[in-house]
Design a protein around this ligand. Structure first.
Ligand SMILES: [Zn+2]
Length: 382
C-alpha cells in the first residue's frame, strides 16, 4: 500500500475505537473490545499483573521476520496503547491493504504491560516498581512476562513504545515524536543490530518530516542502562527501537499524538520489511537533534514579586479522579530568564492576585496556585 493510501485510511480511523478516546484508558474495556477482532489476530492471556489483572498478547502475520511490540509498561503512558489498538483494528478491517506486512512479518504485541499502573494512571506497577528498570532483576510479574515472551519468540526486532512528558523539546520546538536506537554498552558503540535500529528510525523520520512533524522529531538520550528492557534486548543482539510519543501545542489529550504514532508504527513496520539498512541512514540518525528537557506547560511572564519582576513557570501534574484525568498546575520554576512554554500569559509587570484580589508578594516553588487574577481579570491556568 502506498503511504498516501495509508494516510487516507488513517484520516477516517483515528479513534476508530471509542474505548481509546481520551488519555485515560481502562485495560478491561480495551480487552473486551479486542474480543471483536477477527481470527487473523490470535489472542492469549500470558499471565497476570500484581493485582491479578490479565496481561494479553496478540499475534498476527505469517512472515519470517518477528517483531515484538509492547506498550504502556509505564501505566500513565497511554498514547501508544491507543495508537496501537487503533492500528490493530485498522489492519483487521482492511486486511488486503496490509497484505505485504502480513506476508512478511509476524507481530507479537502486548498492548498493556502494566495494567495496574494504567488503572491508576501511574508510571510504576502496583508494587511501585518502575518496570523499565527491572530487566535484570525481574522482580515483578509484569517484567517476567515481558522477558518470557521475548525468550519464547526470539524476535528479530523489538519496538518499545512510551509517552514522553510535555517538558521535552528539540531545537526549541516541542518534541512531537522521539526515537532511540538504545545502546548495548557504556561506550555507546555501534554494531550491526544498532545500525539496523538507526537505519529504520532514519527512514521513518524522513517520512514523518513531510507529515507535520518537521522540526519536532528528536533523538533520545543514549546513555546505556542494562536495567532498561530496550538496552537489555539490544545487548542480547535484537535490534530494538524506543518510540516516545510527544505533545504538540496544547494537545494534552494527545489526540494528535495518537495520529502521529499510528503513522510512525506503520512506517516502522514498512521499513523493517524493506530492510534498507545503510551507513548513510546511520549518519542521518545522528543528525536528528537530541531531546532536551526545556519546556514548561505554562509561563506567566512579567510578574511583579516584591521588588522585582519574574517569569513564573508551571508544570501540570496529571492525576486520575473518578476515571477522569485532572491537570493540576504547579509552580515548578521562578526565574528572570525566558524559557519555552506551551502557553504564555503576560502579567504586564503586575502582581498576581489571589481569589480575594489581594496581591501575591511571595510565589513558592511547588505551590499549586491555579486560581489567579491579573488586574482583576480571572485566568484559568489549565
Ligand atoms: Zn515510559
Amino acid at each position: 500500500m502506498k503511504l498516501k493510501s495509508f494516510k487516507e485510511l488513517l484520516k477516517h480511523s483515528v479513534n476508530l475505537i471509542k474505548e481509546t478516546e481520551g488519555r485515560y484508558i481502562d485495560p478491561f474495556k480495551i480487552y473486551s473490545v479486542q474480543e471483536q477482532l477477527s481470527t487473523a489476530f490470535s489472542q492469549e492471556a500470558i499471565g497476570k499483573s500484581v493485582n491479578a489483572v490479565p496481561i494479553k498478547k496478540l499475534t498476527w502475520g505469517k512472515g519470517d521476520t518477528k517483531v515484538m511490540i509492547w506498550s504502556q509498561m509505564h501505566g500513565n503512558e497511554s498514547t501508544t496503547t491507543r495508537a496501537l489498538v487503533n492500528l490493530i483494528f485498522l489492519i483487521d478491517r482492511h486486511p488486503s491493504a496490509f497484505a505485504k506486512l502480513y506476508e512478511n512479518l509476524q507481530l507479537i504485541i502486548i498492548p498493556i504491560v502494566n495494567p495496574d499502573g494504567a488503572l491508576k494512571f501511574q508510571r510504576n506497577n502496583a508494587n511501585n516498581v518502575d518496570l523499565n528498570r527491572d530487566a535484570i532483576s525481574l522482580g515483578q510479574p509484569e517484567s517476567r512476562l515481558l522477558m518470557n515472551t521475548y525468550q519464547a519468540h526470539q524476535p528479530d526486532m523489538c519496538l518499545n513504545l512510551h509517552d514522553q512528558r510535555s517538558i521535552f523539546g528539540v531545537n526549541g520546538n516541542p518534541a512531537g515524536l522521539s526515537f532511540l536506537a538504545p545502546s548495548f554498552n557504556k561506550e555507546q558503540s555501534l554494531n550491526q543490530n544498532r545500525r539496523q535500529s538507526m537505519s529504520v528510525i532514519a527512514e521513518v523520520a524522513e517520512h514523518l518530516n513531510h507529515y507535520g512533524l518537521k522540526g519536532h522529531i528528536g533523538r533520545y538520550d543514549e546513555t546505556f542502562n542494562e536495567h532498561c528492557f530496550g538496552d537489555f534486548f539490544q545487548q542480547q543482539g535484537t535490534p530494538t527501537i524506543l518510540v516516545e510519543a510527544g505533545q504538540l501545542l496544547l494537545d494534552y489529550e494527545r489526540n494528535r499524538s495518537v495520529y502521529h504514532c499510528m503513522l510512525s508504527y506503520y512506517l516502522l513496520l514498512r521499513a523493517i520489511v524493506d530492510r534498507k539498512f545503510s551507513d548513510e541512514k546511520v549518519k542521518l540518525y545522528y543528525q536528528l537533534p537530541v531531546n532536551q528537557k526545556l519546556y514548561y506547560d505554562l509561563m506567566i511572564k512579567n510578574v511583579k514579586v516584591n521588588d522585582g519582576h519574574f517569569h513564573l513557570y508551571y508544570t501540570y501534574d496529571v492525576e486520575v479522579h473518578n476515571d477522569k484525568l485532572c491537570y493540576r498546575p504547579r509552580i515548578s520554576h521562578v526565574s528572570q530568564r525566558l524559557n519555552p512554554a506551551h502557553r504564555v500569559i503576560d502579567a504586564g509587570f503586575n502582581y498576581l492576585e489571589g481569589s480575594y484580589g489581594e496581591p501575591l508578594h511571595y510565589l513558592n516553588k511547588n505551590e499549586y496556585l491555579s486560581d489567579i487574577k491579573i488586574n482583576s481579570v480571572n485566568y484559568s491556568l489549565f
